[in-house]
Design a protein. Structure first.
Length: 391
């Protein structure tokens, strides 16, 4: 074998070694997305893991992944490298136009030194970061485009390379498996929840309807005895009160068990974030959401935290006349905490029971999952609702 042929073989071995390292890096990154599915996370959380891994893998400043819907927009769109404040300034979720629309239609990779010079590029919102070098690939399930994943502004000089495109294509193929599995798992949970709701509806009909029927008959009996036998009428009224309490307890038990579908699609933090953003658009007050890492919660505890947050936000938006409403969700000492604070009118705590502010129901919800709710308010000094539940 000549020296030239030896050099050629050595070069080939070196390339194979680099390709092997690349494949190892891809598989290591994809394993995070696959593990996200096995931890029973929502589809959105799996997408976030995929985008975060791709951005890190190819050393890009920006990364995003969009899953299209049937109305010309995106059912899900997650990005890395853009803060919540930037998203708020950018505005609504992007639609299927420009380069994103072209990639969904064509289903082929796109690698550009400057996306702004491509004929398929249209425009960005004013607050959108400036993207230059661009690499995007479709996430495919056979011929179906499940979504698109793209990167921009590679940190190393020279932009994205053909090797980068091969890596991202390989990553997208594995990401398709993770995304499909997440969808299947979420669908199975939805079917299970539908079956559970049907079961609880039957129980509600059997238990509560029976009690309400007894309640009506007892009330009628009490009414007929008021004049002729008032002592017995009082006994019947006591029974009315007891039956009403039992019926209310049955209703609460069923309602607490019902899990909102949004929690399964988006998870607790994202569901709260979307709710706060909606309130911010609908009301003159400025609503904000801040999230720190949250301990894992049981499903019943997630429902309780969401319902308490909704009750507190309802009070702040309807009764407080606040200018600023802040929501915080996080974890301290193994306990998940929720805080809803406002700078509004506040109220007298001693008179709160008669104002229909739902303080008792918030406390009941927290207690049902081993947590607590504390409310602090003074007239003219705003209100703070803090809930803590074991993680």
């Amino acid at each position: 074998m000549s020296p030239g042929s030896q050099e050629s073989e050595a070069g080939k071995d070196g390339e194979d070694g680099e390709d092997g390292e690349d494949r190892d890096a891809v598989l290591h990154a994809v394993s995070s997305a696959v593990l996200a599915v096995t931890r029973h996370l929502s589809v959105r959380e799996v997408l976030q893991v995929i985008v975060r891994s791709a951005r890190r893998l190819l050393d890009a400043r920006y990364a995003a992944l969009g899953v299209p819907d049937d109305q010309g927009a995106f059912a899900e769109f997650v990005a890395e490298g853009i803060s919540d404040e930037q998203w708020d300034a950018i505005g609504p979720m992007p639609r299927q136009h420009g380069m994103l629309g072209a990639m969904l239609r064509e289903g082929a990779p796109v690698r550009l030194p400057d996306i702004r010079k491509d004929s398929r590029f249209e425009y960005w919102p004013r607050a959108h970061p400036v993207l230059k070098d661009f690499l995007g690939v479709p996430i495919l399930d056979g011929d179906e485009v499940l979504g698109i994943i793209f990167l921009s502004n590679k940190r190393a000089p020279g932009g994205f390379t053909e090797a980068d495109q091969r890596l991202l294509t390989m990553f997208a193929a594995h990401a398709a498996i993770a995304l499909t599995n997440a969808r299947l798992y979420e669908r199975s949970r939805e079917l299970t929840l539908a079956e559970e709701r049907t079961r609880m509806a039957r129980e509600l009909h059997d238990a509560v309807t029976q009690k309400l029927f007894s309640l009506r008959l007892t009330a009628q009996a009490a009414a007929s005895l008021v004049v002729g036998d008032p002592v017995r009428a009082l006994r019947e009224l006591d029974r009315v009160e007891r039956l009403a309490g039992e019926a209310l307890a049955e209703l609460r038990a069923v309602i607490v068990e019902l899990r909102p579908a949004e929690l399964d699609r988006h998870g607790l933090a994202e569901t709260l974030r979307k709710h706060v953003r909606l309130l911010d658009r609908l009301h003159p007050a400025a609503f904000s959401f801040e999230e720190s890492p949250v301990c894992e919660l049981e499903p019943a505890a997630e429902v309780a935290v969401l319902r308490v947050a909704q009750e507190a936000l309802h009070n702040a938006s309807r009764h407080a006349a606040a200018r600023v409403v802040e929501v915080r969700l996080g974890c301290e000492g193994g306990r998940v905490f929720l805080e809803v604070s406002d700078d509004g009118a506040g109220f007298d705590m001693t008179a709160a029971a008669g104002r229909g502010l739902g303080i008792a129901s918030m406390g009941d919800r927290a207690e049902s999952v081993g947590g607590i709710v504390r409310v602090r308010s003074e007239p003219g000094r705003g209100t703070l609702v803090r809930m803590e539940v074991p993680g």
